[in-house]
Design a protein around this ligand. Sequence first.
Ligand code: AMP
Length: 219
Amino acid sequence: MALNIVMLGPPGAGKGTQAARLAQRYGVPAVSTGDMLRDAVQAGTELGRRVKAVMERGDLVGDDLIVEIVRERLRRADTAKGVVLDGFPRTTAQAEALDAMADGLIVLDIAVPDDELVRRLSSRRICRDCGAVADPAVAARGAAAACARCGGGLVQRSDDREDVVRERLKVYQQRTRPLLDYYRQRPSFESIDGLQATDAVAETIARVVDRMVTARQGR
Ligand code: AMP
């Protein structure tokens, strides 16, 4: 059975960082809908022009559009062994569409309280060139800081400004948090304490996923 993993959790919980680590550990691609949309905006494609304003105000793009984007992505051969989804699904309609597209989902929620999220997101910096999220200690160096991966300059994501962050958290509470109830009853759902250090979160997640994979093989 393919290893299809969903990373749930509010913006700033560390989904992207943990998705990349998990993807590497299990040799499957990490698919971030936010990264795909940001790439489209940066490239100035038709899709990018359609979603730019919605993203900048911290709202969600339409379910039909994002479901089609993910459906297309999951058709590609590199997802045959599985995928780590970061930022999708974000609404119940998206979760229902995903259930029809992929089986054997493992769903991981990274839980972090709101005040910590606002603090993390407003100090977060990403690379202007490759989009990688900078280590917070590096980002704190200010103008002199550079991307550890490619050496590019660091910038703030346009939707990480405090007013947009608050809107994104509101949208999360109203539209995405209900997904916890959608998935909670499944044996392959687990909520993880996202206040731990990054490495500790990664270790917890790896333990949980290994356990679920082993349980599955035993069936
Ligand atoms: P993220 O990088 O996951 O925080 O996503 C950045 C922005 O992209 C979000 O605030 C939304 O505007 C949009 N977006 C990403 N994924 C989705 C999704 N699954 N559904 C709707 N909008 C999305």
